[in-house]
Design a protein around this ligand. Structure first.
Ligand SMILES: [Zn+2]
Length: 389
């Protein structure tokens, strides 16, 4: 067997960014490469797949799994598209300039994973008393749809990880809360008729606009009840209707209208309760009226994404460890959703803390400062010190 491959964190960032893992594509090349790399260091990886088996999560454990009390370092492997963005260099070839590494995913969030992978030989060389787990997920950027398979596959009992650090870019600040994000597509089906005979048709656009007005009223209600001191901007649950389509001509009563909408919940706000209020309006008020004209009129809502909020937990072991390792006295809240809420919902305390800035994420010429890579590596080395104690 050949010598196990060794990378510096920066070399590993270059390697991971070179895999074009835009969410619409398969991430299997990256995952297989990582699994081989880990195997070279004597570490087995567990893969969990999407239904089509074109994408996978990877979970691996360094150190004594049976000892329990382990920490997961978790990040997503997918990146947002580069199409239509004006990049000064190839997004999938890391370019170093003025102390920064440019490339898609450098900030969000391959550098965090790259640091962890590059440090695997160091982790291995330590006599860890508690394991360090690595979790690499797929389809985060399209609604955190992948990591659920990994979470469902986590070991139970004593070997169950004790907490998780989600390495989304926070400039290494410790974030203990974010809003939830819930995205839906609602399709109204009415009945076509000549526009001169409204009594014979069911106008799907009128019906959709009533639901939209109901959502707008929920938005006003939420805005009127802010949670000052929550740290969030804005400090209330927000709503949006982002897309709408329907109808075929000015003189046809439209049979079809569909719109895409979302709400972003403050931690502690029950998304199901909001969804139920919309459903009650539709089923209790709107549909009975439509069905007086046309018995088959319908309203169907599908869930496109559901990312639960990260609820701040007093004295959470995840927060305490992250503060200890960073030396941070304060915590922050972040405006973006992460996989943290899904781990938390599975009973694993979660914190968001990683190198790089979200300000550079999703943009052309995305970058991470080299000093952030160093800060991220220092954090993970201190984690290894902690795990070896
Ligand atoms: Zn991200």
């Amino acid at each position: 067997m050949s010598e196990p491959a060794v990378f510096t964190p920066v070399e590993m960032v270059r390697r991971l960014v070179a895999f074009d893992t835009v969410s619409a594509r398969s991430n299997l090349d990256l995952i297989r490469w990582v699994a081989d790399y880990l195997a070279g260091h004597g570490i087995a990886a567990r893969l969990t797949y999407d239904e089509a088996r074109t994408k996978a999560n990877l979970f691996a454990t360094i150190g004594p799994a049976e000892a329990g009390g382990g920490v997961i370092l978790s990040g997503h492997t997918d990146v947002v598209p580069v199409t239509g963005q004006a990049w000064d260099s190839d997004p999938f070839t890391v370019v170093e300039r003025d102390g920064k590494l440019y490339g898609r995913g450098t900030a969000d969030m391959k550098s965090f994973l790259a640091i962890a992978l590059a440090l695997v030989p160091e982790f291995r060389a330590r006599a860890l008393k508690r394991p360090i787990h690595l979790a690499l997920s797929f389809d985060e950027e399209v609604g955190c749809n992948g990591v659920g398979h990994l979470i469902a596959d986590l070991p139970e009992g004593r070997a169950r990880p004790r907490l998780v650090v989600i390495g989304e870019p926070t400039l290494m600040a410790v974030a203990n809360a974010h809003k939830g994000s819930f995205v839906f597509r609602t399709t109204v089906t009415g009945l076509e008729a000549h526009s001169s005979a409204p009594q014979r048709g069911v106008n799907a656009i009128f019906a959709a606009s009533e639901i939209i007005q109901f959502i707008a009223a929920l938005a006003s209600e939420a805005r009127a009840e802010p949670l000052p001191g929550s740290g969030f901007v804005p400090p209330y649950t927000s709503f949006n209707v982002g897309m709408i389509e329907g109808g075929t001509a000015a003189n046809i009563i439209p049979r079809h209208c569909a719109f895409t909408w979302e709400f972003r919940t403050l931690p502690g706000v029950e998304p199901e309760a909001l969804r139920r209020r919309v459903d009650r309006f539709v089923e209790g008020e709107l549909l009975p009226r439509l069905r007086q004209v046309h018995a088959e009129a319908s309203v169907a809502t599908e869930v496109l994404a559901q990312v639960p909020s990260l609820v701040p937990e007093e004295r959470s072991p995840a927060e305490e460890l992250a503060r200890q390792l960073t030396g941070a006295n304060d915590t922050i809240v972040v405006a973006f959703g992460t996989e943290a809420g899904l781990f938390q919902a599975a009973g694993i305390p979660a914190i968001v803390c990683g190198p790089g800035s979200i300000d550079q994420a999703h943009k052309p010429n995305e970058f991470i400062a080299l000093e952030q890579i160093e800060a991220g590596a220092a954090f993970q080395r201190r984690l290894a010190d902690w795990a070896a104690r």
